[in-house]
Design a protein around this ligand. Structure first.
Ligand SMILES: [Zn+2]
Length: 448
C-alpha cells in the first residue's frame, strides 16, 4: 500500500492537470452520466424532495445529539460480491471477503472500534445507521450461495463498468464487484459507485466496483456504500477535495473543503477551514454545530475515516425508503426471504477450480507445450466455496505426476501428445467432496 501511495503521488506530480489522484471515482462518473442523461437529474430531484420531506418532520435539535430521532428501524440489506479475476493477486479467498464484509458492517452499526479515536467535538454526532449488510444466501434463482461469485475475465484488468459481469437484480441486492486494475479513465480511484438516481437509469451498472487491494482498506468500501445510499462527499458531489468550501446537504457535517488522502494528521482532523462559526437555523431554533470540519467522516477522503453523522444516517434511510433504483425493496421482508439474507451462511460443497501457467514463461497463462519439453505446466489449486481440507488430482498423457494430493501448486510435464485430462476432487471441511473433470485442460503438441 505504501508503494502504491508513492506511485500515486508521482503520477499526481507529473500530471499536466493539477488535480491529484484521488480515492473515489464516484463523482466523475456521476457528472459524466448526468451530462449525457438529464433524466438522472430529475430522479435526483425526486429523491432530494423525499429527503427534505423526511427531514422536515424531525426536530433537528433532538436529532443533533441523540441517535435516531423517531426512526429505530434496522435495515437488513442483502449484498453480493462478484470477483472478476484473471487468477492474479485479485483472486482473494472467501475468508478474506467475509472478513472485509464484517468490517464494513461495523461501520454501519457504529461499532467499528476506531470510533474511539473520533475527536471530542464529533463524538456526540456519531450516527448508528442501523444498516446490517447481509451476504445473500440465495442467488436470484433461489439456489444456495455464500454471496460470492467468481468469474474469470480479462476485464479484471483496465476495468470499468463493462467488467460488471454476473450482476444480480439491483433492487434485491447491492452488487459489489472487485477487479485487479481500473482503466485510465478511473486512474487513481480505489473504487466508485452510483447514486440511486444513476442506478435507476442504469440498473445493470448499479452498485460498487473496486480494486481488490481496497477490499479491506480503511473505509474505502463503506464510503462507496454511502454513495449507493445517496451520501455525497462532505464537501459536495465533486471529486475535488481541498479546493473550495462546500456542503453535502447534511446539517451536522460542517462545511468543508474536504481533505486529500492525508491519513490521521492533526492538520486534517482539527481543520477549522470553512467551519468556523457554523450554525444552522431551524424552525425550532438555532443549532450550534462543531466549528471543526469532520475530516474523520467516512465521506471524506482522508483515509482517517471513522464515522457517519446522524444527518447522514437520516439521508441514507431516506434513500432506503425511496423507490428510486428500488432501494426500498432491499430491506423488504419478502426480499429478505427470497435472498436468504437473514439466514446463516450455508455450508456448501467446495467448487473445485484450478488455473494453469507455463513455468518456462513465468506467469504467462498458456495451455500449449511440446511433449517432453523440459518446461513444465504449473497447475494451481483455486478451489473455493468451502474450507478445503484436501485436493486429489489426476493427470493423463504420461504425466510425470499422474496423481497426487495437494492443496497447493503442482509442476507437471507430459510425454504423450494430445489434450490432457485433469481431474481434481476437492474435499470440504464437513460438506463432502466435489470433482471437476477437464478433458481439455492443456494441450501437449507432438514434437515430431
Ligand atoms: Zn466518494
Amino acid at each position: 500500500m505504501l508503494k502504491r501511495t508513492g506511485l500515486l503521488l508521482i503520477a499526481g506530480l507529473l500530471s499536466i492537470s493539477s488535480r491529484a489522484q484521488l480515492a473515489c471515482g464516484t463523482d466523475d462518473k456521476y457528472q459524466q452520466l448526468k451530462a449525457a442523461h438529464p433524466e438522472i437529474g430529475a430522479l435526483e430531484q425526486k429523491l432530494e424532495a423525499e429527503i427534505r420531506d423526511k427531514v422536515s418532520k424531525l426536530d433537528l435539535r433532538k436529532f443533533a445529539k441523540t441517535t435516531g430521532a423517531n426512526d429505530t428501524t434496522y435495515y437488513d440489506v442483502p449484498i453480493v460480491i462478484h470477483l472478476v479475476h484473471d487468477y492474479g493477486t485479485e483472486y482473494v479467498s472467501d475468508d478474506a471477503i467475509f472478513d472485509a464484509v464484517s468490517n464494513w458492517s461495523e461501520v454501519f452499526l457504529a461499532s467499528n472500534p476506531d470510533t474511539a479515536s473520533v475527536i471530542a467535538p464529533f463524538k456526540p454526532y456519531i450516527g448508528n445507521a442501523r444498516i446490517r449488510l447481509r451476504l445473500a444466501t440465495k442467488d436470484p434463482n433461489g439456489n444456495p450461495t455464500k454471496g460470492i461469485t467468481r468469474r474469470r475475465s480479462y476485464l479484471s484488468a483496465n476495468a470499468g463498468d463493462q467488467a460488471k459481469l454476473d450482476g444480480w437484480p439491483n433492487n434485491s441486492y447491492i452488487n459489489i464487484w472487485f477487479v485487479n486494475t481500473f482503466s485510465g479513465s478511473h486512474s487513481g480511484a480505489a473504487a466508485y459507485a452510483y447514486y440511486p438516481s444513476s442506478g435507476q437509469w442504469m440498473p445493470y451498472y448499479d452498485g460498487i466496483i473496486g480494486l481488490t487491494t481496497y477490499l479491506n482498506y480503511d473505509k474505502a468500501i463503506p464510503h462507496e456504500i454511502g454513495h449507493v445510499l445517496n451520501l455525497q462527499h462532505t464537501w459536495g458531489n465533486t471529486n475535488a477535495p481541498n479546493v473550495a468550501c462546500g456542503d453535502d446537504q447534511v446539517a451536522d457535517t460542517p462545511p468543508t473543503k474536504g481533505h486529500l488522502t492525508t491519513g490521521c494528521t492533526a492538520a486534517s482532523i482539527y481543520d477549522v477551514t470553512c467551519a468556523t462559526g457554523y450554525v444552522v437555523n431551524t424552525p425550532n431554533g438555532i443549532i450550534d454545530y462543531p466549528d471543526t470540519t469532520n475530516a474523520q467522516n467516512v465521506m471524506d477522503y482522508t483515509y482517517c475515516q471513522k464515522m457517519f453523522t446522524h444527518g447522514q444516517v437520516d439521508r441514507m434511510h431516506a434513500s432506503l425508503n425511496s423507490s428510486v433504483a428500488g432501494r426500498n425493496n432491499l430491506f423488504n421482508p419478502a426480499n429478505l426471504v427470497s435472498t436468504g439474507a437473514l439466514e446463516a451462511r450455508p455450508d456448501l460443497l467446495p467448487i473445485p477450480e484450478f488455473s494453469v501457467e507455463k513455468a518456462a514463461f513465468s506467469t504467462e497463462r498458456s495451455y500449449f507445450l511440446t511433449a517432453g519439453n523440459a518446461a513444465k505446466f504449473v497447475f494451481r489449486n483455486r478451489s473455493w466455496n468451502d474450507t478445503i481440507t484436501n485436493v486429489d488430482w489426476t493427470f493423463s498423457n504420461g504425466a510425470d505426476i499422474s496423481s497426487i494430493s495437494s492443496m497447493g501448486t503442482i509442476n507437471n510435464q507430459f510425454s504423450q501428445p494430445g489434450w490432457v485430462t485433469v481431474t481434481m476432487t476437492a474435499t470440504g471441511n464437513n460438506s463432502g467432496t466435489a470433482t471437476l473433470t477437464d478433458d481439455r485442460a492443456v494441450y501437449v503438441a507432438d514434437p515430431n
